[in-house]
Design a protein around this ligand. Structure first.
Ligand code: BGC
Length: 807
């Protein structure tokens, strides 16, 4: 088996949700779960299709509260294909005796293949092979090719292929008390005997979605489909009848197009869908061009390692899902990065701070994609300004959960499935999301050297977020320092002090230190702008001298909580909370990743304990190098922290209730404790594939954790760090894992980096004269011109700088 094939054997109803999410096919514009084409949402199967950025709001009256939720809409299902023999019931997996079942995800070409051999209740054996794609280069097109082969019977086969608009958002059990029917006003249009269109409207956002299907039965050209409308409103089917004999192959080619009223370059979606489906090439041609489009994209992301085959395959799987969610198509769209991909309905398709774990990866490979995702934020800057104003502050307050227009979409209540209780949700107080956006904007500029980005959008975004944090911080006279009160840090287990009705905690170390970082960065970014543009921006956003002076004071006088020498307090008072008896909880419950739910179900409260859901303080070591942190703390007048001491302290108090946690822990351990770093790397690598969060995979992938594993290889183990003075390298790749080679883009130039243990070679691509690239490795600094190679070793001094040699 090649590393490019992900194969799932058999059919296990309990595991079908995970498999569907992992076998999702998408192209950035839309994605469809890997559900069986004949299935309906029934608790085992969930054939969801999601169009990026297509949201709708519904209200629900729940326990005396009126809740308004915005969700990514489950679009009409384009998959339905089933058949029956004579007048027997229609085929479903549950009705058949399965002899062989295999599903193969071809990661190289972006094709999902299903092979099935089954027997029906009359002991007739049939083979079914289906190939499916969602086209990467033609973002409105998808296809499903079905081959049906009787082994030992003859009879009349009726094949039915349809579009089903009677779907709802019912993919997440926890949301089942909430309103779920987003689609109204269904219409069916018959454009030609083989081409039918279903369109529907989202009830509140008024996005019209149109899907057209073109069905052809390839066994017999003379067969024309019969349109069937007797299955109820909101659904259209084509049926074909053919006489089948043993070993004959009956082939149905279904080509589907999907358009919406949000599309650029479009009149209205029904006629666009008709045109696309009618003009689409046949399925074989779609497969051919799909393979070409994927090959191009894979090439831009290639990484060579000698990791084990399962590890390499899983990294390819992660890359595949990243690029299906953030494909080149998104550069034309107004979409953000949904935390759970376009793979399911968890978190309602919302956009969180998770892009912090994704954009740096794209910055070094496909920077136009990270720029497009940053533009999602930039477009919502006016809304973030309004939110800050409404909170009595200035600048831009970005929402913790974002959807269509950038309004705060965090739910005000959430269900603890363990206790069945609906609980007030204060996680929207995670103001640090703005810090993540500013950090991503800064990284994008440093990695790409794209001054146009900084001038046109980046600097404004960074300054407005800095302005917000500056307004959020208040001066504490007794300390002569600035403090930030009433927030929630990355660890969502702490949303209030025990027994306190007022939500929020004070002086989250991560938030405060990153706010100081941001104030210094905003000042620096303004300095980097050309004079004329700086003056314009200052005028444009009406930035006053006293505001910039305050940034400077915050960069020097922000309060940082410590509770011991060198040991940061996650927030003020954290160390006075009770210690949890971790062993007792592990013994009692086994899996304690979601300690918050366990404690609440026991009538207790995670706010009472020194327990963290995920890395919080340690995020600082994830985002900042030791040198940067030392400089930052030094400027604030604090001594450098003890990094290994903090890692040990918080690691012992973290339940890893978020998949992000393993990525960050692998990262922060990579320098000091490589074996443990590799354990966390493995955990992060297999958390979605093996659904180690027990059931959450069925609801969508964890895109940031998946991408985080790519970044562990790309930036952490290579020790790539982008700083204002150049590309820093500090390789940490275990020698016994063989060489690691990847080609990144830095300041617009391809750089091939080859790491072996603690040695690294960097080669620039040959080409016309270009600005030199500065590479820094420890005390060694080299300026590379096109076609040159530099070699560094962290173990050996002096540097073996051999510019000009082949790699
Ligand atoms: C984590 C957040 C994350 C969100 C979406 C939550 O479980 O605590 O940090 O942003 O999932 O992935």
């Amino acid at each position: 088996m090649t590393v490019w094939r992900m194969v799932f054997q058999g059919f296990d109803p309990d595991d079908e949700g995970r498999r569907e999410a992992l076998c999702t096919l998408g192209n950035g514009y839309f994605a469809t779960r890997g559900a069986a084409p004949e299935s309906v949402a029934d608790g085992v199967h969930y054939p969801g299709t999601y169009v990026a950025g297509c949201f709708n709001r519904l209200t629900t009256d729940l326990a005396g509260h009126r809740l308004e939720d915005e969700s990514i809409v489950n679009a009409p299902n384009w998959l339905p294909v089933t058949f029956r023999i004579d007048h027997d019931p229609w085929f479903t997996l549950e009705r058949a005796e399965i002899v062989e079942a295999e599903q193969e995800l071809d990661l190289q070409r972006g094709i999902l293949i299903r092979r099935l051999r089954f027997r029906d209740h009359r002991r007739r054996t049939t083979r079914l092979v289906q190939h499916r794609l969602v086209h990467l280069a033609h973002p409105h097109l998808a296809g499903l090719h079905t081959t049906l082969q009787p082994e030992d019977w003859s009879g009349t086969v009726t094949v039915r292929s349809g579009l089903d608009g009677t779907v709802a958002n019912s993919g997440v059990a926890r949301y089942r008390d909430l309103a779920a029917h987003h689609l109204i006003d269904h219409h069916i249009t018959e454009a030609s005997p083989e081409l039918a269109v279903l369109d529907a409207l989202t009830s509140q956002s008024h996005v019209r979605l149109a899907l057209a299907q073109r069905n052809r039965l390839l066994a017999d050209d003379s067969l024309q489909p019969t349109r069937v409308t007797d299955l109820g409103e909101g659904r259209v089917d084509h049926e074909f009848a053919a006489e089948a004999t043993p070993d004959m192959q009956i082939q149905l080619e279904k080509v589907v197009s999907l358009h919406t009223s949000r599309d650029p370059a479009s009149t209205e979606p029904v006629s666009e869908a008709i045109d696309s489906a009618r003009d689409a090439p046949g399925f074989d041609e779609l497969c051919r061009t799909q393979a070409i489009a994927w090959s191009r994209l894979h090439h831009q992301f290639s990484t060579t390692t000698s990791l084990s085959e399962p590890a390499r395959r899983t990294l390819l799987l992660h890359r595949f899902h990243l690029l299906q969610t953030a494909s080149p198509t998104i550069t034309d769209l107004d979409v953000g990065l949904p935390a759970r991909g376009l793979h399911g309905e968890a978190y309602r398709g919302h956009v969180f701070w998770d892009e912090l774990f994704v954009l740096p990866v794209l910055d070094l490979r496909l920077p136009r994609l990270s720029r497009a995702l940053l533009r999602y934020r930039y477009r919502r800057l006016p809304r973030a300004r309004r939110a800050a104003r409404q909170a009595g502050l200035t600048g831009a307050m970005f929402p913790w959960q974002s959807g269509s227009n950038g309004r705060e979409e965090s739910p005000s209540w959430h269900l603890n499935p363990r206790s069945g209780h609906w609980l007030p949700d204060h996680t929207h107080l995670q103001r640090h999301v703005g810090l993540a956006i500013a950090h991503s904007a800064r990284h994008h500029h440093l990695a790409t050297g794209d001054d146009d980005y900084l001038s046109s959008e980046g600097a404004e975004l960074i300054c407005e977020i800095a302005r917000f944090f500056s307004a959020l911080a208040t001066y504490d006279r007794s300390r002569d320092r600035y403090v930030i009160r009433g927030v929630v840090g990355p660890d969502e287990y702490h949303t209030a002090y025990p027994g306190n009705d007022e939500p929020g905690i004070n002086n989250n170390a991560y938030t405060n230190i990153m706010a100081a970082w941001l104030c210094a960065t905003a000042t620096q970014v303004l300095r980097e702008l050309p004079d004329q543009r700086r003056r314009e921006l200052i005028d444009q956003i009406d930035l006053r001298r006293h505001e910039m002076d305050r940034w400077d004071r915050l960069a020097h006088r922000m309060f940082v909580p410590f509770h011991d020498q060198g040991l940061l307090s996650q927030f003020e008072g954290y160390h006075r909370l009770a210690e949890l008896d971790w062993d007792a909880y592990r013994r009692r419950y086994g899996d304690i990743q979601r300690l918050d739910r366990i404690l609440e179900a026991e009538g207790d409260d995670p706010n009472r304990y020194q327990v963290s859901k995920q890395a919080d303080v340690l995020m600082l070591f994830y985002l900042l190098s030791a040198e940067e942190l030392e400089e930052l703390l030094g400027r604030l007048g604090y001594p450098m922290v003890d990094i290994p001491g903090n890692v040990e302290h918080y690691l012992a108090r973290t339940s890893h209730g978020s998949t992000l946690s393993a990525v960050v822990h692998a990262w922060v351990l990579a320098r000091g404790d490589r074996p443990r770093a590799l354990e966390f790397f493995d955990k992060a690598l297999f958390s979605d594939l093996h659904d180690t969060q027990h059931g959450t995979m069925a609801e969508g992938i964890h895109l940031a954790a998946m991408t985080g594993t790519l970044d562990l290889v790309q930036r952490c183990f290579t020790g790539i760090e982008i700083r204002p003075d150049g590309l820093h390298l500090n390789p940490q790749w275990p020698t016994d894992l063989g060489p690691l080679e990847l080609t990144v883009r830095y300041h617009g130039l391809p750089l091939t980096i080859r790491v072996t243990g603690r040695a690294v070679a960097v080669r620039t691509a040959p080409g016309p004269p270009a600005p030199t690239i500065t590479c820094v490795c420890g005390p060694q600094r080299t300026h590379l011109r096109p076609g040159e190679t530099a070699r560094f070793s962290m173990d050996a001094t002096p540097a073996t700088d051999s510019a000009g040699e082949p790699l």
